[in-house]
Design a protein around this ligand. Structure first.
Ligand SMILES: CSC[C@@H](O)[C@@H](O)C(=O)COP(=O)(O)O
Ligand SMILES: [Zn+2]
Length: 206
């Protein structure tokens, strides 16, 4: 199997798992996986597709600017520039973007503060933080409709090889050194969002 095929399979596996969780409502979401580092190329989901379906046209290869490497009828994700920022600025190997009700509600609740911090939760270890008093902060940025502006704001928070950023009333983008790490970050984040909202709702009725 070529490297391209291997990466395709890895991304397709993640897409399948996230689709089962219903994390791609209304064609939302996009996924990317690096294929080569020098020069950078990565597979990204084709724009506007139903990501719950599996086809041979789910992904296309783009270069470090997000332009398709081969002639194609397919359009790269409208949010490819965010993945471009990640792969150009870090050694990340995979980035994932999903819209869920929980990540949207959290982003609205804490949007004015520009971040949400979690602590005192075992699952924080999924971010590689093992200390008892560890905190994990996820920045929240404004959802500019102009994607180059969104990518510029987003870029400010792309600092390490793994991370997460919430886009207000839009969704979350996470990245990691490889597909497994990106998926782990995404699952841990959604767990924390869901826990936080459930706890808030229960406290409100008590
Ligand atoms: C209907 S979802 C809105 C889209 O603009 C976008 O936010 C998204 O996540 C999916 O866009 P896509 O171009 O398919 O990658
Ligand atoms: Zn989106």
């Amino acid at each position: 199997m070529s490297l391209l095929e291997q990466r395709w399979e890895e991304l397709a596996d993640i897409k399948r798992v996230l689709a089962k969780r219903e994390w791609f409502p209304g064609t939302s979401g996009n996924l990317a996986i690096k294929v080569n580092s020098d020069p950078i190329s990565f597979l990204v989901t084709a724009s506007g597709k139903d990501k719950t379906k599996e086809t041979s046209e789910d992904f296309l290869l783009v270069d470090s600017t997000g332009q398709p490497v081969h002639d194609s009828q397919l359009k790269p994700s409208a949010e490819t520039l965010l993945h471009v920022e990640i792969f150009n600025k870090t050694n990340a190997g995979c980035s994932l973007h999903v819209h869920t009700v929980d990540n949207n509600v959290i982003s609205e609740l804490y949007g004015d503060q520009g971040k949400i911090t979690f602590k005192g939760q075992e699952i924080i270890k999924a971010y590689g933080l093992w200390e008892e008093d560890a905190e994990f902060t996820i920045p929240i940025i404004y959802n500019h409709a102009h994607i180059p502006t969104l990518a510029e704001d987003f870029s400010e928070f792309v600092k390490g090889d793994a991370g997460a950023v919430l886009i207000r009333n839009h969704g979350i983008t996470v990245w990691g050194r490889d597909a497994l790490e990106a998926k782990k970050f995404l699952e841990a984040s959604e767990f924390l969002f869901s826990y936080h909202l459930k706890l808030m709702a229960l406290k409100a009725v008590r």
